[in-house]
Design a protein around this ligand. Structure first.
Ligand code: DCP
Ligand code: MG
Ligand code: MG
Length: 357
């Protein structure tokens, strides 16, 4: 069987769920992690909130002052990134152990290629249940699993699985599954593209599926052709293994949040040089380069690319810089940037003890 089985595992209401581990008393009550609401005068946003709070209309990215007006008696908690990162690492290490191939895409979600681990769809459902149970038992967190035969469908299925669920979409159901969805819900469509597509009359994913790919090419270039493929449920992209057990990375928090590409590029150079120093010290070469962009609202994106094995700092700088320019969202400011290499292998013969002296 050549068909792939891909899982997208995404943690439910992640930051607040982390808080619930160490403060069980807030469980089941509306709770928010974000800026200080200061009695309704606070600036900044809701980073996330649990499902009891979502019932009152609260959601990620909403101004904290608005959340406070809607639900003043919710529990408002400050952000503790170091703690969430530590929990995230535990989750990712556990999830990785269930996958043939593993790609972390953000602090709380990852793709797992489990094609060799399960025989059929029924096996996939059982395996997803096992992963959910293990994550809950060992770490104390709920998560949702989308299952499909591509990353695209796994990701879109996970949205439907939430919260605390599993959604499987078979290969032959893929196109029909996404067709009725709003165009803005298609993977890869951001706010600006959504507006443009809606203006052109593509309201649903199914509308776009029927478009002429040449028109899409004319209007949006290869990105348009890709979206047209997505709309038809087609995504052949592979899982890019990143942040594997062996990885070396460095991060830098800017003195002041910045939207200047010069600052980002300078930071990438500095971090890449630090990373290559570590890579060389370990006598390793790498295949995958990942950048992490953390914005001033604290949302975070990881982007990776794999190349031929390398131990050249210019490969890190070039790939990281390109990933930055391709993915940085204009109009936003960066708080932090990270560069990491993974898929490391030893390229110098392992030294024997004694050779060191
Ligand atoms: N996050 C953020 N700002 C946003 C969106 C998210 O800071 N605008 C942070 C807080 C989230 C975490 O990233 O807990 C993960 O993002 P998700 O989009 O996966 O959202 P949640 O895990 O909070 O909720 P869901 O259950 O919908 O996945
Ligand atoms: Mg989540
Ligand atoms: Mg997520």
């Amino acid at each position: 069987m050549i068909m792939r089985i891909i899982f997208l595992v995404d943690m439910d209401y992640f930051y607040v769920a982390c808080e619930e581990i160490r403060r069980p008393e807030i469980r089941g009550k509306p709770a928010v992690v974000g800026s200080d609401p200061k009695g309704g005068k606070g600036r900044g946003v809701v980073m996330t909130c649990n499902y009891p709070a979502r019932k009152f209309g609260l959601h990620s990215g909403m101004p904290i002052s608005m959340a406070y007006r809607m639900k003043p008696d919710a529990i408002y908690l400050p952000v503790d990134f170091d703690y969430y990162d530590a929990v995230s690492k535990k989750v990712m290490d556990l999830a990785r152990s269930f996958a043939d191939r593993f790609e972390q895409v953000s602090v709380d979600e990852a793709y797992l290629d489990v094609s060799k681990k399960v025989k059929d769809y029924e096996g996939a459902l059982e395996y997803a249940k096992l992963i959910k149970d293990e994550v809950r038992e060992r770490i104390g967190l709920p998560c949702s699993v989308g299952i499909g035969t591509s990353k695209l469908i796994a990701k879109m299925a996970c949205e439907k699985a939430k919260p605390d669920g599993i959604k499987l979409v078979k290969e032959e159901e893929s196109k029909g599954f996404i067709a009725p969805m709003k165009i803005g819900d298609l993977y890869g469509v951001g706010r600006k593209t959504r507006e443009q597509l809606e203006h052109l009359g593509y309201k649903t994913v199914g509308d776009l599926a029927k478009a002429n790919p040449m028109d899409m090419m004319d209007r949006f270039g290869t990105y348009g052709v890709l979206l047209h493929k997505y709309a038809n449920g087609i995504d052949e992209s592979d899982i890019i293994e990143n942040y594997t057990v062996m990885s070396i990375g460095r991060e830098l928090t800017f003195d002041a949040d910045t939207d200047r590409s010069e600052d980002a590029v300078a930071a990438i150079r500095k971090l890449s040089n630090e990373v290559i120093g570590e890579v060389n010290k370990a006598g390793m070469s790498f295949k995958t380069i990942t950048i992490k962009l953390r914005y001033s609202d604290f949302s975070e994106h990881l982007k990776s690319r794999s190349i031929k094995n390398s131990n050249n700092v210019n490969d890190i700088i070039n790939v990281a810089t390109e990933l930055y320019f391709r993915n940085f969202e204009k109009g936003r400011k960066l708080r932090k940037i990270g560069v990491r290499v993974s898929n490391l292998i030893k390229y110098r013969g392992q030294k024997k003890i004694g050779e060191f002296s």
